[in-house]
Design a protein around this ligand. Sequence first.
Ligand code: NAP
Ligand code: ZN
Ligand code: ZN
Length: 347
Amino acid sequence: MSSTKAYAAQSAATPLAPFTIERRTLHANDVQIEILYCGVCHSDLHTARNEWGGTVYPCVPGHEIVGKVSGVGNGVTKYKIGDTVGVGCLVDSCRTCDNCKQGLEQYCSGGSVGTYNGKLKDGSGISYGGYSKQIVVREEFVLKVSDNLPLQNVAPLLCAGITTYSPLRHWKVGKGHKIGVLGLGGLGHMGVKLAASMGAEVTMLSHTASKEADAKKLGAHHFLLTTDAAQVANKAKYFDFILDTVSAPHDYNVYLGLLNTNGVMICVGAPPAPAQIAAFNLIGQRRSLVGSLIGGLPETQEMLDYCAAHHIVSEVEVIDIKNINEAYERMLKGDVRYRFVIDMATL
Ligand code: NAP
Ligand code: ZN
Ligand code: ZN
């Protein structure tokens, strides 16, 4: 066991604060990683504050991890000390079910293990995430990261990147498609960059007028202010896809109405409260309302390699870990351009 500095929430109502955790002694297949940067995902906030239920305290969030390998178990073959690596939202799964065998570990029927707030398969308790100095992860759940991109900008790819890349690939979004990306935050800005890079016509759907210029710089071809009823009405039945990244409750029916015949609205945003859908908004144009969860390990590696080849990274504001609670408040207000990333040297 090794004592490791971290930041934890002790309850849903207490701010994150310094906390010491124990990382396990390396098993044969384990990789130990010195964490350099960790992105701040809205899921960290939902979990730290128990907005989805089921949070076990103390809770150490963080699943957009990049760092350097600082130790390897004697059975590790893919990594050596000094390698630049990443860890995303998963640290384990059953590894034997049909989904795991297909590289869809996020849909593991035996139960995948989240990087934080996950029940560890060895019975040693609950997983602690990346708001910490180091982490120990089975090598199958460690990703190779290119040294050619700035690491603080790569960290958010491990969740925001794969969560938007995976559905774009699954639904084969590309040339000839019109897609609306709803919500310009961490996920949304990666959705815009990735969809544009795949050749789709991208419209940013945002409730914040001041984000228009940024949206276009990120690659959006058009901007629609969702609080302006006339602009919304003007795009009725326009889109082939909508990628919904909004974290707060909102009216899905409004956006279903923007889909053309056979259009698909892909939910990745995870507001805590259930949505109400009018059946006629689906029936009328044979529309689909679907969801997508992060991505499996092979696809996460594919996404990292794709981003390295296309020079795609996240726009980040690097913060000291002592400012994490303030960052959460700013994220709640939609005031993040476009991902906070913790510099772990400040811990
Ligand atoms: P974020 O950076 O906070 O971005 C959310 C964006 O939603 C905001 O920037 C804002 O964009 C919009 N928004 C916020 N409050 C709103 C409101 N009241 N009404 C309308 N729009 C609002 O969050 P994130 O890290 O991208 O995460 C987004 C959601 O995805 C979270 O619920 C998170 O838990 C979930 N998530 C899901 C997966 C998955 O596997 N499916 C993975 C990661 C995260 P505008 O200002 O442009 O309107
Ligand atoms: Zn996340
Ligand atoms: Zn499985």
